[in-house]
Design a protein around this ligand. Structure first.
Ligand SMILES: [Zn+2]
Length: 238
């Protein structure tokens, strides 16, 4: 299909395929935490933040399953845009789980604490328990969502450790046992219509190269963050 747009499902699949052809191995965030000392020479940590659309996350699941690679999908529990327990979304989340992907919690606990006048720690413990129970899995990782409240959900972790909450990691944890963000070349589609990247934790100003344009640099460790709702078949408004 001819298409003037970059962020199509077909194009992102081709980019993943190019990375595989270049010799990269894809791993989940929990695999990174558990195998940090013995990673493949060319590793991509494959992270998906499900910000708005579980249905589009299912499209990514299909791509990953076709390519026989795994990802970590981080799921929100309080999004106005989706109910993880709706008939279709719960079916999809189970399919993601049953395909062998990691499911983590996409945290909004600072927002919750402010809106509900509750304690953020209580919100976190409750959300982890509910997501674990809902999908009958052990939630091992949390990634903070950047929403529209003006508050930063990441700030919670300035004085707290993942292990205090029975977790293995928080995605931006800078402690030596994890430290994925600073250790890697971090490539993200979070600006919707263009890519951005960080090296060693520093934003590379003006570097808008796509994921597949980076792989030819053969960086040993890439953290790739994509969002399902960035992608479409023909155009963004379909
Ligand atoms: Zn998010």
């Amino acid at each position: 299909m001819k298409n003037d747009f970059h962020f199509t499902f077909a194009n992102i699949e081709a980019q993943y395929r190019a990375a595989l052809d270049a010799g990269y191995k894809f791993i989940t965030c929990i695999e990174y935490a558990e195998r940090k000392g013995s990673l493949p020479d060319l590793t991509i940590v494959n992270r998906v933040d499900v910000d708005l659309s579980v249905k589009k996350a299912d499209r990514l699941r299909e791509i990953f399953n076709r390519l026989c690679i795994k990802a970590s999908f981080f799921v929100r529990l309080h999004a106005p845009e989706y109910n993880p327990f709706s008939f279709e979304n719960y079916r999809i989340l189970k399919a993601i789980r049953d395909s062998g992907h990691e499911i983590g919690y996409h945290s909004e606990i600072v927002d919750q604490a402010a809106i509900w006048e509750e304690d953020a720690e209580d919100c976190l413990r409750r959300d982890i328990a509910i997501l674990s129970r809902m999908l009958e899995i052990e939630i091992k990782g949390v990634a903070s969502h950047g929403g529209m409240t003006g508050l930063n959900n990441l700030y919670f972790w300035r004085e707290k450790k993942a292990s205090d909450f029975g977790l293995i990691y928080e995605a931006y944890d800078k402690s030596p046992s994890f430290n994925l963000f600073d250790n890697s070349v971090y490539i993200s589609d979070s600006e919707w219509v263009r890519w951005k990247c960080y090296k060693g934790g520093e934003l590379c100003q003006g570097d808008r190269r796509s994921f597949s344009e980076h792989i030819y640099e053969k960086y040993p460790l890439i953290c790739l963050l994509i969002h399902p709702e960035t992608y479409f078949d023909r155009h963004f408004y379909e």
